[in-house]
Structure formats: structure tokens, C-alpha cells
Design a protein around this ligand. Sequence first.
Ligand code: SAM
Length: 307
Amino acid sequence: LRANNSEAVAYDTVQSLSKAEQVAQHYNTRRELGVEGRMHTKITGLRTFNNWVKTVLINENTTPGCKVLDLGCGKGGDLRKWAYARIGEYVGMDIAQVSVLQAENRYKEMRSPSFSASFFAQDCYGEPLEKTIRPPNYQADIVSAQFCLHYAFESEAKVKQMLHNVSSHLRSGGKFIFTVPDANWLVKMMRTKNSETFGNSVYQVKFAQREPITCYGFAYDFTLDEAVEDCTEYLVHMPSFVSLAETYGLKLVYKQGFHHFYGEKITVKKNLDLIFKMRVVDETRPEISAHEWEAIGIYLAVVFEKE
Ligand code: SAM
């Protein structure tokens, strides 16, 4: 049902875009809430908790002065985390051009950042990075892909291109760190609820089908309050990914669900202090809601090492 012609045109345009272009358009049109705005939403606890996970992951896998390649950098929300880790050089890439510009502006607004930075709008899963990255034989100490790798799982070809991009721009001994939805968790939830659609007041998952579950292109629409709306994502089948990654010289060294990650890392005082410093909880929001905690459980923190 279409209300008027202009809506019909917009609808037809979206339908004719490739999946990757639809993702880019989705993120390009998300409004920027600003720091204060982000502190007062239904998912502020979840958002700040996820930021804490990324900070701990970054701090544990970086050394001062290191070179970082951030694939799917978005609007540059992690720039301060990299600054805190005292990295030396940063390259940010994302398919969404508007987000890349916002990230670049965010960097320019940073007060005396300790690192140099460059930004490129590029599809990191559908194309070789050599297309834009300079020098073409650029090597990073860390490749990071936060909350974005699952978009590559639309097809095997994209996962292979992504692995080539990561592996060929990561030095030997370098780390590939990422956060991604846990396919096991999602499928288990679908089976437990006996429904393709499930969620709560902060998130919703809609699978198009229940079976047969395939390694690539198994899609679901994901909504997270104030963050993404009905965005098509793909299951990341970890066992096949781990064996495929090995053929690109990338070896799994760490994989943990966010709930367990919290239990493990919170025992370190520095990480506990960060919970308060980053206002994951504070006087106005003393705890993360049960609904947010359930949504947090969707994700995995993963580290690979280049041979
Ligand atoms: N990494 C950022 C963070 O943690 O705040 C942004 C995460 S956001 C949930 C997912 C990002 O993945 C979006 O900025 C989107 O444009 C990007 N993305 C999706 N597909 C991509 C692709 N093929 N190449 C590069 N970036 C992509």
C-alpha cells in the first residue's frame, strides 16, 4: 500500500539497491544523537556497556604507538578509545560515506590527538582495500571490525574478500579483533521461543525462515531501539569461519560471549574502574535493565592472530 507517488519512488529506489548499498543508506541516514542525547535513551546502559567491552578489547590488544585499521568505523565512535590506548596511527574505513565524513570531523575536533588518522569511504567486503588504501601495501598491527562483520556473511565471496582484506593488511603477529552477533545464541533463541520473531522492548529479531540454516546468506532483520531499524543482517557461522580464516593465516585465539566477557574482565580493577568512568552505570542509572542485558547477550568478542 503506497500513500503517494513520492513514497512509491523512494520504495522502488530502496528495492533496486544492492544489500550493501541498503546497509550504507541505512547508516548514512541515522541521526547523530550527540554525547548528551546518547546518555538518555532506553539503551544507554547497553550502549555504554558495549563501549566498555570494546574499550577492554582494544586496551588488551594494543601497544602504544601501534597502527590500527578500523573496518566499518562508522561515525568514529571509537576514536576516543583508540586515543586512550595511545595508538600511533589510525585508518578508518566504512561503506557509508556520510558516516565517514562524520568520523573525519570527529577526529578533527579532537583536542591534540596522539595519533594521525585518515578516512576512506569503501566497501570493505565487496572490494579489495588496495582500491583506496595508501600505500597499497599498508600493514597494520591491529585490524578492528566492531559490530559490522556480520554484514559480510551475505555471501561466501564477501567473507573471502573480507578475509583477504584483513589478512593482506595485517602484519605477522598482528591481531584481528571484532564484536559480532552470536549465531548460536540467535538460533537457540528462535528454537526456544518456537518463533521466527522474538525480542523484547529494546531489540527485535525477525528471521525470514527457520530451516535449513546455511553458512552464508542466512538473513534476519534486526532492530535495536535508537540504533538500527529492520536492518538485514546475516548469521555468522563460527566453525566454518574459523576454518576458512585459517586458510588466510588467521588463527582464533579468543572467543567469548559478552556476559562471560564481563564476568572474566571485571575481576581486573582497571576494567572495573572503567565501568564507572564510562558511566555504564551511575547515580541516575544504577543498573542495566533486564531487557538490555538480554540484548547484550547476543554478542561475541573475538580475537584472531595473524601467523
Ligand atoms: N564500528 C562502529 C561502532 O562500533 O560504533 C560502527 C558499527 S555500525 C553497527 C555498523 C557499520 O558497518 C556501519 O557504519 C556500516 O556502514 C558498516 N558497514 C556495513 N557494511 C559494510 C561494508 N561492506 N564495508 C564497510 N563498512 C560496512
